[in-house]
Design a protein around this ligand. Structure first.
Ligand code: NDP
Length: 490
């Protein structure tokens, strides 16, 4: 091919099969005014591709912004974990983050009161570590059995297709373990003024395993170095109308300006033995570990410094799973985590297809080779293992297990049964009360006002049930909500 031909071909529009297209404006018709010919396969290719441009939207966390970045270790935590990402102070690891609202659809407004997803993928040399967290340290429920019902309350009513405060408050009033997260959600932090201005938390308890094969329980905290900033209800509502994509735009423009947002990663670490008698069930996702008991230990700095080139390829196709934990970082008995280990990868297999980990944004970086006996499936776009064996054990070579990656055995006891995780009658109320009491007076007042704003639209029996919960957390909290609702204070 001559140089001239090559240059011309570089810009020539083609079909999916690489065939040059002579006309992209006029479809092929039988005569000047006649019907379109079936032979215009490029027109049909365009129509058919267009019909298939959407993949299933995530049921939760559909609306998001994302960015690439770097994680740098600033403090030695190798006595707790052998994870290579933390192996040396100064070590840098590439990462990608996706930050979302939870309940709204893909086109919904950003500046609404909702939990924010804080999903991170670290491309480590021993595979990808996904930290699929939120901007809150706790969650509404602590048993996955309740999760689907809870999410239904955040979605739309079956008849009207409207969102419904009655569904929210009805569920929360009947599931008091949600009170802690409800208190955070309706506090000032319920509408972050931009992704750079919110914290991220691993929320679940995870584990660290060190080089001596000792296990520690761990919680991850990513604290914003830009400072917490929030929108008040009125500002959030105004922006939701005027600029529904405010948060997405803000992150993109902040990074474009070179104003790279940073977070300090710290961990709380609990020796395995202490979990047995700690005052809180350390695996209960509705609880924090008070900092006074387990202080934050600095680990490193995460910086977001590169916008995606293509939203669909990088943000929409990114897929995170708590199952992606690298050697040195592992799971805990948290019932919600256990279910997420299964459910996230399962959601991606449905949404993106069984080979979703091969997509460029999800696959491990260059120095990690993926070796296994998984084959075939929709959209297998590498060489599918070529001629190599497709089973193990085999006599022809291929990847084999490495027992040095075994984790220390986990001691368990008791009978298999369906256990409620509560440890005491007051367990669902102390921590929400602590949070209320650490708020300044004006923040307490806004919390109450934000709650009353939607709770007042629900049936009276739901309001009364909620007031009882708020009263149990803190007298002033319950009193404030009761007065706001015009209910007698018990
Ligand atoms: P501390 O005083 O040591 O910590 C209080 C924490 O509360 C800080 O991390 C602070 O975050 C955070 N905070 C302040 N206002 C809000 C808010 N409106 N929503 C969510 N978090 C907020 O106390 P304890 O560790 O004893 O915890 C007391 C209460 O603080 C807990 O019951 C819990 O509700 C809340 N909390 C605790 C966390 C933990 O891991 N211990 C983490 C987050 C919240 P910052 O420093 O960024 O301002």
């Amino acid at each position: 091919m001559s140089q001239g031909d090559k240059e011309r071909n570089k810009n020539t529009l083609t079909t999916e099969a690489g065939i040059p297209i002579p006309d992209n404006q006029n479809s092929l018709t039988a005569g000047k005014r006649g019907p379109t010919l079936m032979q215009d396969h490029f027109l049909f290719e365009k129509l058919a591709r267009f019909n298939r441009e959407r993949i299933p939207e995530r049921i939760v966390h559909a609306k998001a912004a994302g960015a690439h970045g770097i994680f740098t270790v600033t403090n030695d935590i190798t006595k707790y974990t052998k994870a290579k990402i933390f192996s040396q102070v100064g070590k840098k690891t590439e990462m990608f983050g996706r930050f979302s609202t939870v309940a709204g659809e893909k086109g919904s407004a950003d500046t609404v009161r909702d939990v924010r997803g804080f999903a991170l993928k670290f491309y480590t040399e021993e595979g990808n570590w996904d930290m699929v967290g939120n901007n809150t340290p706790v969650f509404f429920v602590r048993d996955a059995m309740k999760f689907m019902d809870f999410i239904h309350t955040q979605k739309r009513e079956p008849q009207t297709n409207l969102r419904s405060p009655s569904m929210w408050w009805d569920f929360w009033s009947l599931v008091p373990e949600s009170l802690h997260q409800v208190t955070i959600l309706f506090s000032d932090r319920g509408i972050p003024a931009g992704i750079p201005h919110m914290n991220g938390y691993g929320s679940h308890t995870y584990s660290f395993i060190n080089a001596n094969n000792e296990r520690y329980w761990v919680k991850f905290h990513f604290k914003t170095l830009q400072g917490i900033k929030n929108f008040m209800d009125e500002e959030g509502a105004r922006l939701a109308g005027e600029d529904p994509d405010w948060t997405t735009r803000h992150l993109f423009e902040t990074i474009k300006k070179g104003d790279f947002p940073k977070w300090k990663l710290s961990v709380q670490v609990m020796p395995e033995i202490e979990a047995e008698n700690y005052r809180w069930n350390p695996f209960d996702l509705t609880k924090v570990w008070p900092h006074g008991d387990y202080p934050l230990i600095e680990v490193g700095i995460m910086e977001l410094n590169r916008n995606p080139e293509n939203y669909y390829a990088e943000v929409e196709q990114s897929a995170f799973s708590p199952a992606n934990a690298v050697p040195g970082i592992s799971f805990s008995p948290c019932k919600m985590l256990q279910a997420r280990i299964l459910a996230y990868a399962d959601a991606h297999r449905y949404r993106l297809g069984v080979n979703y980990e091969m997509l460029p944004i999800n696959r491990p970086r260059a120095d990690v080779e993926v070796r296994n006996y998984h084959r075939d499936g929709y959209m297998r776009f590498d060489n599918n293992g070529g001629a190599s064996p497709i089973y193990e054990p085999n006599s022809f070579g291929g990847p084999t297990e490495d027992p040095s990656y075994n984790e220390p055995p986990l001691k368990i006891s008791g009978d298999a049964d369906r256990y409620e995780q509560k440890r005491g009658v007051d367990d669902d109320y102390i921590q929400p009360g602590n949070l209320f009491r650490l708020m300044k007076k004006d923040e307490q007042q806004r919390l109450v006002k934000n709650i009353v704003g939607t709770l007042k639209t629900t049936p009276k029996n739901i309001q009364e049930r909620m007031v009882k919960h708020f009263l149990k957390a803190d007298k002033d909290y319950g009193h404030g909500v009761a007065v706001g609702l015009g209910l007698p204070v018990g």
